[in-house]
Design a protein around this ligand. Structure first.
Ligand code: UDP
Length: 325
């Protein structure tokens, strides 16, 4: 049982971390500025309201929480927004993380699990993508996460910080008990947008291009259930707590789904025909991003359980119908 400071603990992924840490016998303490997160999502431990850019609040949070390790989810994560306003991303994601690492060093906390991204690979020439693929991000969001990975390396060399950086592919689904789930406003992600169209809250789902070099012409992504993703984080935390070394691990299943296949899965799960419309390509979308997840499985014994498209869609739908903030 450990006390874990969860930055971004009021957000989509961070709130699932808090719930599952609690279920695993740990004590999660959420640290969140509530700008994109939800107070109502903090149900599994205390909330310290604060911003990573405020070093005094951060230092006070470490004093109050006395954590043994940190899970770091707090970040801005909208690729399009990062292109329009790179300063925002460099300040929040990079300066914010630097403040966090320096607060950890000052408080003597030497273990961190960090949420990185497949966007650090940019447009990879590997398929599936392994962790050794060159990291050449093509947008400020990916660049900001890669900068934090570099920071983790440097803090390890200088101060002995142990870290796991998980490079997420596409995260979907929700808590099967629908206590918490995905609620971005505005929403930009495919699965919740398809469900909005299914519920009649938007007219249709726009498919961003069907002229890609894929079998049905739409982009292929590797979707992982948020609960499987957090399983990996808890295994990663256990690994560090037992004295294990730093790791860089992809999190994805190795199965690709096209945009059309995702919409078809919603049709199938909800027994309806979701209204859809063909649109143009969204800038910066590679045709296919599929993960080689074998390293995470080998290093941590990670075994995804709910990352089946039907389950992800059904869990997200249940949350949408019964939960939401
Ligand atoms: N997408 C789409 N219509 C939408 C939103 C997304 O066709 O309204 C596509 C997008 O081009 C990408 C895939 O769905 O190929 C997943 O996009 P999302 O924004 O969910 O995640 P990303 O891959 O950008 O991390």
């Amino acid at each position: 049982m450990s006390r874990i400071l969860v930055t971004g603990g009021a957000g989509y992924i961070g709130s699932h971390a808090c719930k599952m840490l609690r279920a695993a016998g740990h004590e999660p303490i959420a640290f969140d500025n509530l700008r994109t997160g939800w107070k109502a999502a903090v149900k599994f431990g205390p909330l310290i309201e604060g911003d990573l850019l405020d070093r005094d609040t951060l230092a006070a949070a470490f004093k109050e929480a006395q954590p043994e390790a940190v899970m770091h989810f707090a970040a801005l994560s909208n690729v399009g927004e990062s292109v329009k306003d790179p300063e925002l991303y460099w300040r929040n994601n990079v300066t914010g993380s630097l403040n966090l690492l320096s607060a950890m060093r000052d408080a003597g906390v030497g273990k961190i699990v960090f949420s990185s991204t497949a966007a650090t690979y940019g447009e990879p020439d590997q398929d599936p993508i392994t962790e050794t693929a060159p990291q050449k991000p093509i947008n400020p969001y990916g660049a900001s996460k890669l900068a934090v990975e570099a920071m983790l390396d440097d803090f390890e060399a200088a101060h002995g910080l142990k870290s796991i950086a998980f490079r997420y592919f596409n995260v979907a689904g929700a808590d099967p008990e629908a206590e918490i789930g995905e609620d971005h406003r505005p929403e930009t992600h495919l699965v919740p947008l398809v469900l909005d169209a299914a519920a009649g809250d938007r007219e249709n789902i726009t498919i961003f291009g069907d002229d890609y070099a894929t079998p049905d012409g739409t982009c292929i992504r590797d979707y992982v259930h948020v609960c499987d993703l957090i399983d990996a984080h808890i295994l990663g935390l256990d690994h560090l707590m037992q004295g294990g070394g730093s790791l860089r691990l992809n999190l994805g299943t190795g199965h690709g789904f096209s945009v059309r296949e995702v919409i078809d899965a919603v049709d199938e799960a909800l027994q309806m025909k979701v209204p859809r419309k063909m649109g143009t390509r969204r800038g910066g979308d590679p045709a296919r991003l599929v993960c080689d997840g074998s390293r995470a499985k080998a290093a941590l014994g990670w075994a995804p359980k709910r990352s089946v498209m039907e389950t992800m869609v059904t869990d997200a739908w249940r949350w949408r119908q019964t939960g939401r903030y």
